[in-house]
Design a protein around this ligand. Structure first.
Ligand code: ZN
Length: 78
C-alpha cells in the first residue's frame, strides 16, 4: 500500500513495532504491535484495533516480561 504522506513514493510494509503509551499516568511499552511502516519516510500506522483489544484486557495480561530504565531529557543538565 502506498504511503499516505504527501509526495512520498514509499510503500507501507507490515511490521511489528514497540510503542510507549501512558496509562494511569505511567509510561508503559507495548512490543510487537502490528503496524504498517513506510519503507522510505518511516511513517507508521498502528493497528489501533489490536492496541485497543490489548488495552481493554491489560489488567488481565501476564505481568511485564522486562523492565527498562526511563530517563527524562529535562533532568539532564545543559
Ligand atoms: Zn512515506
Amino acid at each position: 500500500m502506498k504511503c499516505s504522506i504527501e509526495n512520498c513514493p514509499g510503500e507501507y510494509q507490515e511490521q511489528f513495532i514497540s510503542q510507549v503509551f501512558t496509562r494511569h499516568g505511567e509510561s508503559i511499552v507495548i512490543e510487537n504491535i502490528p503496524a504498517k511502516v513506510c519503507d522510505l519516510c518511516g511513517d507508521t500506522v498502528l493497528d489501533w484495533a489490536a492496541v485497543e483489544r490489548l488495552w481493554q484486557t491489560l489488567d488481565n495480561q501476564p505481568k511485564p516480561r522486562k523492565f527498562l530504565p526511563v530517563y527524562s531529557y529535562t533532568a539532564i543538565p545543559v
